[in-house]
Every structure is written in C-alpha cells, then in structure tokens.
Write a protein that binds this ligand. Sequence first.
Ligand code: ADP
Ligand code: MG
Length: 288
Amino acid sequence: EVKSLTELEKLHPLGQGSGGAVFKVRHKPTRAIYALKKISSSAAAAETQEEVSIHRIASSSPHVVKFQGSFQTPNGDVSILMDYMESGSLSDHAKASYHDARLPEHAIADVARQILQGFSHLHANNIVHRDVKPSNFLVNNNNNNEVKIADFGVSKRLPTRLARCDSYVGTAAYLSPERFDMAAHGSTYDGFAADVWSLGLVFLELYLGRYPLLEPGQKPDWPALMCAICFGEMPPKIPEEASEEFKEFIGCCLEKDPCKRWTVQQLLGHRFIVRRPEEEEERTQGDS
Ligand code: ADP
Ligand code: MG
C-alpha cells in the first residue's frame, strides 16, 4: 500500500489531457509500478473531489482501471494513483496490434462485452461517464488484453436514476444528437442514453480503423460534426462484409432517438455480444 507521494519515483509521462498529466511511477519500497494522474489545480476543488470519489466507487468493477488511492499536497493539488495499463489507450492498442487499426468482429465483441459490463456497474450506481472515446479506455497485458474504463474527469453521479444532465461537457465528435441539441437550446438530456451513443461510435471506430462519421481528411470542426451527427444517416454505412448481428448491434447504439436507443443492460443481451463458443471457434478459424 502506498502511504504518501514521497514513496513514489516519477518515471516518465504517459499522457497529457485537458484534465491533467499522467505519469508512470514506481513505489520505491516495493518497486511496484503504478500510474499517477495529477489533476490540474485549475479545476474547481468540488469537481476534483467528484472525479476522485466517482473513480473510487467505479473501481469496484473489474472493468474499471483500479483506483489505488488519492493524495493531496499542501498547495491543494490532487492526484489519483491507479493501476498501470501497459498497452495504453484503446486507440494505441488498436494501432499497435491490428493492421490499419481495424479489429476483427470477434475482438470487437470481446472489447464491447468488457466495456458494457463496466458500464452496467456505472449506470447501476447512477454514474454517467460523459466522455466516452477511445483514449478513455485503457488496455493491459493480462489474459489476452483486458480493456478497462478510465478518466472520470467530467463524470457525474446523479441523485436518482431519472435525473437529467444539463451541462455541456465531453468531446464534440462523440456527443449524441440530443446533446448537440442541448448545447444549442439549453434543454436537458438522459446521461445514460448519451453514454450508449458514444459507445456505439467507439465500437464502430474499432471496426473501421477511423472516426466513423466524417470522411477521411475532413476537418472535425463543430459545424461538420453537428451536421454529421444530427443530420447524417444513422447508423452510417457499414461495409457489406460486416455480419448482420454487428450492423444491428451498432444500429441499437446509434439510434438517434434516445428513448429508442438500447440500454447497456439490453446491449449485454444482444446476439452480437452473447455468442456461443462454437460460433466463436468457427469465426476464428474463418479468420485464418
Ligand atoms: P485526461 O482527463 O487528461 O484525458 P486521462 O485519465 O484520460 O486524462 O489520461 C490521459 C492519457 O494518459 C490516457 O489517454 C492514456 O494514454 C494515459 N493514461 C492514463 N491513465 C493511465 C494508466 N493507468 N496506465 C497507462 N496509461 C494511462
Ligand atoms: Mg482522457
């Protein structure tokens, strides 16, 4: 157990985002390796505490990056200590392990199953993630690469299951149509359904090896994204060779009407996720 920041030796940076800098660190007494996220002190104290407390609760799921403690320095800086995920983000992993960063369907089903199980725990605890995108899922080297949910920097714990979200946060490219609407008209949205939309985009991105809603060199600015997300055909065209169950699964996530969109619990029962082992075997043989 790590008792204080002074026991940690900084090794090298792992990532730098809007929320703060993440370092690979070594616990000097045991030589154990961890990741330490320093939350930038520009964030309000209440928000910083929210990230810490949500990560702590979320971490009781094996599909969330394990929270190992939090530390506060006298000047008010807060950092979160967590398990080190050797293979980096899901986008790093896709680029490093698959040709053109395109995963075969059985690998997507495997990733999606783990992520959905993690989200089932989050949503059951009234936690909405609100920043679902490939760089916020991390991969380790255990059992053929486990994928876990990370970055609770803009997450929220809602007072009730029916509470709605009313603030504009997240990454524009992965926002659902109703969240664009909300940004424009100041209405509210169902945070759980909004997470599911973004998950659908991440799963489709793993299949295509690129962001699904823009043409390859198109600039991802606000008007282009709004046009594609709110007025584009959904689900977008998926190559012919994809299986029917995959296309249908993506359609259940990328449903424009949040009331008709499937819940995480429903998606866990979808035939793309629940595949019989013999089917899985045929599929792997077919790949080679
Ligand atoms: P931000 O709020 O700044 O986006 P994240 O928590 O998403 O912060 O971390 C930023 C990046 O740092 C990730 O996309 C990933 O590349 C790297 N990273 C974060 N946590 C870990 C970890 N536990 N193990 C390995 N890399 C990590
Ligand atoms: Mg992040």
